[in-house]
Every structure is written in structure tokens, then in C-alpha cells.
Design a protein around this ligand. Structure first.
Ligand code: DGY
Length: 425
């Protein structure tokens, strides 16, 4: 017998697959047409996870094309500009990274090892040679983080865009130290695609561009940026994500080498460092994991959705579980990108309040892995309801469910296919 729910889920499954196919450019996938016309790092990894539910070979191809943009120093850039597109700013000329294909000069959260492991698990026979080929590039990327981006044992970002949470309140105070006097005139493209109330403000953009200029002027020299940039912030999102990714990389390394990993000691060392870093990001003033400004030593005072990635990183916290259950009581569509009790909570403005379905998938994977089954189920059900009601938006209002940002969004479709519909965890 076919129930209504089953039919809904089947047609949503088809819609989700159509979105991935429509955003597929052959070897890589755009997050959505118009607003984001290139290959974005963590969007692409999630696209791969979505493809894995119906075409595992295409999933590996997505990861291969992402790592095709890897720099000699090991960094995997946040955008690969495969072909020129006037609809996006700032494009390759502003970044001045002088590479082919052109890329930005910064990175994004390293979720790739975690999802490579999941995709490998989907079909181990097909995945063996693909995972073997990707293993060293993954190791080199993690090593780049551990070489250039560790402060107080946690992972720092040098640009708000690296965190993926562009206008989170986490960056407000440190970004105020950025000199914007030389930025000059420029035309934003994002607000031509999306209502400006749902996007970062002009003052944020000035700082984004100033930090791009600063990096470009050093020739994207990490040592130099560390020395001169006023913006150096330890991010719980980056730290938890890399910690999880190192655990998954170690697993892959042992799996691919019959239990004998030559890199075991190095990766275990990274895991210990990052475990200490995660503890450093506990802000007792808000009883939560928080961002830490390395230049001033101040916490941001921000309980964000990144704070809830502790379980994803394998770290238990009963206090964070209390926060989560409180938010579940307060909002029909958790998890908000900023705590609703924060004075800056702004439910439609990008990373200052909306719920991001793909981020819920990361939190949900963590909850399930660590054994908080009830909370994991609640989150999956709420996200299913959100997408069923609103469709595949980039982010949504956590009270009304109103869809916001880009529509027909790759990572929302991907998590529908692999997390909600198939329960691939
Ligand atoms: C943007 O252009 O809004 C992106 O988030 C930058 O990565």
C-alpha cells in the first residue's frame, strides 16, 4: 500500500535528483545557478554525497575535480573558477591567484575526508582505487591546516568566507579592525540575485574585499598573512570539522592499507592537538563552544550552529545537549545559525539566524554517531518537514519556514537524498 507520505517522499526524491542534474556542469556541480556559478569547496563535497545515492562514480568525479584545484602547498581553495562568469563578484582578477584553473586564495571547511569515507562505504569495490587516489591529497590538505592554521591548538580562519558562515556574529568584532579605506568602488552581484535583507550588509562586504586585497598583496603567503592580518579567529566550525575529518582520514588510511597506516602517528598527533583546541574554544561566559579572536584573546559570545558540531567531532557535552533541547522547544525548525536569545538574532539574514538544512545534516550525523538518537531523529524530522513545506532553498526562517537565499540548491537536495531519504549516516 502506498501512503501519502511515501508518495511525497518519492516525488521529492525525484526533484532532488533533478536539482543535482540541473546544477551538474559535467565534472563539478554549482551550488545554484546565478548566485554561485562556480565550484565551491564544501558545496561540492555535499554534492558528491548526494550523487552517491544514485551514481557513485559521479560522486568520486566530483571529489576528483575539487582536488584538481589543490595548490602545491596542499591548500584546497574555496572556489574554483572553471569558466568566466560576470554574474559573480569578486571574480578571479580580484583574487589574483594566478593559476589555471583560477581559484580563490583561501580555503573552506574540510568536510571532504568524512564524506569520502561515506562514499567509499557506499560501494567499496568501486571506491577502493578512487579512495586510494584521493588519500594523499586529503592528507596534504590536512597537513596544510596543521602547518599554517593552528593557534591555541584550534583552527583559525583568515577570512570570514573560509568558515562558510560569512556574516556570523562571530566575526563582527575582529572584522572591525580591518582597514577598508582602500577598498574603493565595486558592484556587488549577490544582491542582484537575492533580496538584500537576506544577504550580508555593505559594511561586511567592504571588509571581505579588504581582506581579499590584503591576501593578494602578499601573493597569498600564509606566513606573511599570519604576521600582518588583523583578522585571525579560531572557529569552532573549522576545528570540529577538521577533528572529525582527521578521525575519518585515519580510518581510511588503515582501511586502505590493511590496518597498517604509515601516517598513523602524524594523524593521531593532529587529533590530540585539535581535541585540546576544541576545549580552548569553550567559553564559560555563555557555557558553549565559541569563536576566539587570536589578536585580542576575546571570545565572540556567539552560540551558533557551529557550536553544535561538537558531537560530529566525537566530543560529548551535556551542556550543549541542554542548549539543543531548549532550542528545540523554542523553534519549530531548528537549528538556527545564531541562538534566538542573542540580541543580533535576525531570522532571514544568512548566518545570523536562519536554519541551514545541510548544516543540520552535519549536526544530525554527530548526534547519531555519539548515541543521542532522540535528538538526531527530532532534527531529521524537523528538516524533512521544512523541505517538504518549502522546497530546496539555501536556508530558511527557523520560525515560519520561509525559504531564503538561493532556490534549487545543491546541498539541500543532496542532504535530502543521502541523509533524510536514505538515512546514509
Ligand atoms: C558568497 O559569495 O556569498 C560566498 O559565500 C563566498 O564564499
Amino acid at each position: 500500500m502506498t501512503t501519502g507520505i511515501h508518495e511525497d517522499s518519492q516525488s521529492l526524491n525525484q526533484r532532488a535528483q533533478s536539482i543535482l542534474k540541473a546544477n551538474d556542469k559535467g565534472e563539478y556541480t554549482v551550488p545554484t545557478h546565478g548566485l554561485y556559478p562556480y565550484q565551491w569547496n564544501w558545496d561540492s563535497v555535499l554534492a558528491a554525497w548526494g550523487f552517491a545515492s544514485f551514481n557513485v562514480d559521479r560522486a568520486w568525479q566530483e571529489l576528483d575535480s575539487l582536488f584538481g584545484g589543490q595548490w602545491e602547498n596542499g591548500m584546497v581553495p574555496h572556489i574554483i573558477f572553471h569558466q568566466p562568469d560576470e554574474s559573480y563578484f569578486p571574480g578571479p582578477a580580484v583574487w589574483g591567484a594566478d593559476r589555471s584553473p583560477a581559484t580563490t586564495g583561501i580555503t573552506q571547511p574540510p568536510i571532504a575526508a568524512t564524506f569520502a569515507r561515506k562514499i567509499y562505504d557506499e560501494d567499496r569495490e568501486l571506491g577502493l582505487s578512487r579512495a586510494q587516489a584521493l588519500y594523499t591529497p586529503l592528507l596534504r590538505w590536512h597537513r596544510w591546516f596543521m602547518t599554517y592554521r593552528v593557534e591555541e591548538n584550534a583552527i583559525v580562519i583568515t577570512h570570514p568566507w573560509e568558515s562558510g558562515r560569512d556574516n556570523a556574529v562571530d566575526w563582527d568584532l575582529p572584522a572591525r579592525q580591518v582597514d577598508v579605506s582602500q577598498v574603493g568602488e565595486y558592484t556587488r552581484r549577490d544582491t542582484a540575485h537575492v533580496n538584500s535583507d537576506m544577504r550580508p550588509k555593505k559594511a561586511d562586504y567592504d571588509r571581505y574585499i579588504a581582506l581579499v586585497n590584503l591576501g593578494r598583496n602578499t601573493g597569498w603567503d600564509e606566513e606573511k598573512i599570519r604576521e600582518i592580518s588583523p583578522f585571525r579567529v579560531a572557529d569552532p566550525g573549522m576545528t570540529f570539522i577538521l577533528l572529525r575529518a582527521c578521525r575519518d582520514l585515519l580510518w581510511l588510511s588503515e582501511e586502505l592499507n590493511h590496518g597498517e597506516s604509515a601516517d598513523k602517528d602524524e594523524i593521531e598527533g593532529w587529533i590530540s592537538t585539535l581535541e585540546a583546541g576544541a576545549q580552548r574554544l569553550w567559553n564559560p561566559a555563555i557555557s558553549a563552544y565559541d569563536s576566539l579572536d587570536i589578536r585580542t584573546g576575546n571570545y565572540a559570545g556567539s552560540l551558533s550552529n557551529a557550536s553544535y558540531l561538537c558531537w560530529y567531532a566525537g566530543i560529548r557535552s551535556s551542556t550543549m545537549l541542554e542548549h539543543l533541547n531548549r532550542v528545540y522547544q523554542q523553534l519549530p525548525y531548528p537549528v538556527p545559525s545564531l541562538d534566538p536569545g542573542h540580541p543580533e538574532f535576525d531570522p532571514l539574514r544568512y548566518w545570523r539566524g536562519p536554519v541551514w538544512p545541510f548544516f543540520n545534516a552535519l549536526i544530525g550525523i554527530g548526534l547519531e554517531d555519539i548515541g543521542h538518537a532522540d535528538e538526531a531523529l527530532h532534527l531529521k524530522d524537523a528538516t524533512r518537514k521544512l523541505i517538504t513545506e518549502e522546497g530546496f532553498f539555501e536556508y530558511c526562517h527557523p520560525q515560519s519556514a520561509q525559504g531564503a537565499g538561493g532556490d534549487n540548491f545543491t546541498w539541500t537536495a543532496a542532504i535530502w537524498l543521502s541523509w533524510i531519504d536514505r538515512g546514509m549516516n
